[in-house]
Design a protein around this ligand. Structure first.
Ligand code: PMV
Length: 361
């Protein structure tokens, strides 16, 4: 499949105005995407758990306008106008313009809110960009003369979300999504995320992700800069290859439900991601002292109890604590008593594996 598959549908702009709302979740990668080529094409495959509770809700109100030569929109977060979000959305509109024929014909009022605190250090780009992509797809659908098939809708939504933020393409559906061409997963490709199509053991049903908010500040290095630093990185090629190998290893683990092997693989992935950051030039560190305190506590608790508790990290200091639902009570007690003390203002979010975005209006 190529980009042409998603080219702009002919639409009839006789509709004067309309309104659409989507809620879309965040996701947490188990095998990490870090490094990209032009046009948001990943250097290696990734796979993620879609989350359930960390979501963005976006309403787009569209009104036909006279001047059709430029983009015209405003953005509001929790009701407050956010002009500082506009450059990112303008870049996104430029990237997706070729795939929607109506984007310059309407004024868009984009109203968005997150179920998690905006300044929590949780990337809202995956949930935010996927919610916006889905709104654009719904608008295309209502303006279009031809019927849009569900499969095409989801694929194009993921394709469009990817152009906003790479990892956003993994937020349209759940519960395990693969993005990036590889030999392990049939149908995998660089343009959009696909549902993991093989057997998954019941150990992973309702898998828990408790997100410990270690540092809520602005990241010192954005993921865009971080991805770019993989271009002249001395270990890049090995890392890209390793992601393929790890995906191959993950398949039997997901099938058998071997949690020891699962934890080993995902923790290694998380630390490798941060090792790539530390060995970039310029080098940088996104973990904080409390990130390491938490990791050491998790390791000690696991050794002492034998419980299958593990962690992963995204591009920041926060720790995602991953564990099966059946051990949830015991592990959550440990988190509350031993780990929350390392969180900024004691803040953490209880989430679990989820099933993707929903249209609300
Ligand atoms: O989607 P981006 O460009 O913000 O990159 C996300 C990269 C990681 O979160 C670190 C890994 C991943 O696969 O989600």
């Amino acid at each position: 499949m190529t980009e042409e598959h998603f080219s702009a549908k002919p639409v009839s702009v006789t509709i004067q105005s309309g309104k659409v709302t989507w809620q879309s979740p965040s996701n947490i990668a188990l095998i990490k995407y870090w490094g990209k080529k032009a046009n948001q094409i990943p250097e290696n495959p990734s796979i993620s758990f879609t989350l359930n509770n960390c979501k963005t809700i976006t309403t787009v109100t569209y009104t036909l306008k006279d001047n059709k030569t430029d983009f015209d929109f405003d953005v509001f977060l929790d009701g407050d106008r956010k002009d500082d979000f506009k450059p990112k959305i303008t870049t996104f509109f430029k990237r997706v313009e070729a795939y929607f024929s109506f984007i310059k014909a309407f004024y868009f009022k984009i109203e968005t809110s997150n179920t998690f605190p905006h300044s929590s250090g949780i990337a809202s780009s995956a949930s935010g960009m996927s919610a916006l992509a889905l709104c654009l797809l719904s608008i295309e659908q209502s303006l279009s003369d031809s019927e849009t098939l569900d499969d095409y809708f989801k694929k194009k939504a993921s394709f469009i979300a990817r152009l906003g933020s790479g990892s956003a393409c993994r937020s349209i559906e759940g519960d395990l999504i693969v993005w990036g061409k590889n030999d392990v997963v049939d149908g995998s490709n660089d343009l959009f995320g696909v549902k993991y199509p093989y057997p998954v053991h019941e150990n992973f049903n309702g898998y828990q992700d408790t997100i410990l908010l270690v540092d809520k500040g602005e990241k010192q290095v954005s993921s865009t800069i971080g991805h770019n630093l993989m271009h002249d990185h001395p270990y890049a090629q090995n890392r890209f290859q390793q992601a393929h190998v790890n995906l191959k290893k993950l398949k039997p683990i997901l099938e058998s439900g071997d949690l020891t092997a699962f934890i080993e693989l995902i923790e290694s992935e998380a630390l490798t991601l941060h090792a790539m950051m530390m060995t970039s030039m310029p080098y940088f560190i996104l973990m904080k002292p409390n990130t390491l305190e938490i990791i050491n506590k998790i390791w000690a608790f696991r050794k002492q109890t034998g419980l299958p508790i593990g962690f992963t990290l995204d591009a920041g200091a926060n720790v995602h604590v991953l564990y099966p639902r059946k051990d949830g009570d015991e592990i959550l007690e440990f988190i509350k008593h031993e780990l929350v003390a390392y969180c900024q203002n004691g803040q953490y979010i209880c989430d679990q594996i989820g099933f993707g975005a929903n249209q609300l209006l």
